[in-house]
Design a protein around this ligand. Sequence first.
Ligand code: NAD
Ligand code: UGA
Length: 450
Amino acid sequence: MNKDIVCIGAGYIGGPTMAVIALKNPRRKVWVVDINAERIAAWNSDNLPVYEPGLAEIVKKVRGKNLFFSTDIEGCIRKCDIIFVGVNTPTKTFGRGAGRASDLQYWESSARTISAAANRDKIVVEKSTLPVRTAEAMEKVLKTHPEHKFTVLSNPEFLAEGTAIRDLLEPDRVLIGGPRTKEGDRAVKELAAIYGTWVPKEKIVTTNLWSAELTKLAANAMLAQRVSSVNALSALCEATGADITEVARVVGLDSRIGPKFLKAGPGFGGSCFKKDVLNLVYLCETYGLKEAADYWNQVVAMNEWQQERIVTRLLSETFHTVANKRVAVFGYAFKADTGDIRETPSRHVVGMLVEEHAKVVVTDPKALPNAERDLAAMPAGSVELEPCPYAAAKGADAIILMTDWKEYTELDWKKIRRLMRSPALVYDTRNCLDLAKLAKLGFKVLAVGR
Ligand code: NAD
Ligand code: UGA
């Protein structure tokens, strides 16, 4: 068995994860392959397809030495004996389970490619987030070529976008699930050795396959549930005069609860929380656990309600009409420090504003190219994209701050006040601005949960 690694899928997970593995394992060759030739070309250029603080520096160090990006999927499968599968697993949009179940077509086609291309025994590592017991199906697909032995492991990824490199370099834990057999134990050891070059031993946790697969869904569901819980409380704060930033701060001082993931905001976005919670809902339904399914479904429903609430409140502060008013949306990325706009709350808010006939202008430091594609279907002339926040604010009646980019806290708000029309409304959905200071400058201020 050789030590070289290939990852199928050169996306947000495949690229950064393999870059760090290559950095920390200079003796191994690491290949990242994809069917998307454009994406591979971007990985081989100075303009990487994924923006992550610290990523470009690592890629620069290792690309061409022991990290390679290629479209030769079959060739790399033959070359390498450890195969990660990091392809996308979006929510199914058609047929059985549409809107909840995972669409496993990309994962299955990868499994078929591995099975057909393999020239000897391989370890296959699920890096994508998958429904529990997918490894069983993976084994069945791989067995269509029984001349080679495939050991399937589950190694879900817990990195968050925007902090991916830090999360990879200093993970809370690395999870490896494997079959409890001799080959399984050997494969788990092989995989643990890759991480063991930089992750302390006690942080590499092993479980059975099904626990590993379910843990990934469980972790995302628990995180999403915290966001929905704090957002549900933010609605009650607005109704009662309590302040969600104070409530969350003090609740978080309880060491059993802890301070993280208690920020009220426009609701969770990103490619995974909604999809993974819905996947859990579908799994519960499949196993006849209706009450458990309803419970998790409410986490998503609460998230959608939060974005509606934001627009409802804006309307109630603007005489119930934003028609023909210029509304500047500050931030289109689903969170700061990423250009990723998948499931961004900004899209829902922009959509609702366009329905109200507002003249929307969107600005973002990193996400405008993605926003342009995303908003292409909006009615012509309804949304303008503007890289400069000052130009976006010029003549605006209201600013809705949707993404907590540091750039926005550092703006010259005095200048912005001069550029806007009165009464200049600033709606801070992230609680990251100094509202007292803005009020002093003459802004009318609103914030989520306050
Ligand atoms: P992505 O869409 O950015 O990347 C997936 C890539 O796989 C695409 O470039 C696509 O072209 C490629 N692909 C699809 N089918 C292929 C095939 N048959 N052969 C070769 N390449 C193929 O997705 P992502 O954000 O990297 O997510 C991938 C998986 O990782 C998902 O299951 C996701 O839930 C999980 N995950 C993502 C994150 C994250 O932060 N984005 C974090 C943890 C886990
Ligand atoms: C999340 C998880 O944090 C990762 O562990 C996981 O690997 C990843 O999903 C995945 O499976 O894809 P990510 O979506 O990149 O990572 O970003 P988060 O920092 O978790 O934020 C998700 C959303 O929740 C963002 O829209 C963020 O603004 C929102 N959020 C987060 C809040 O509104 N309040 C908070 O207190 C925290």
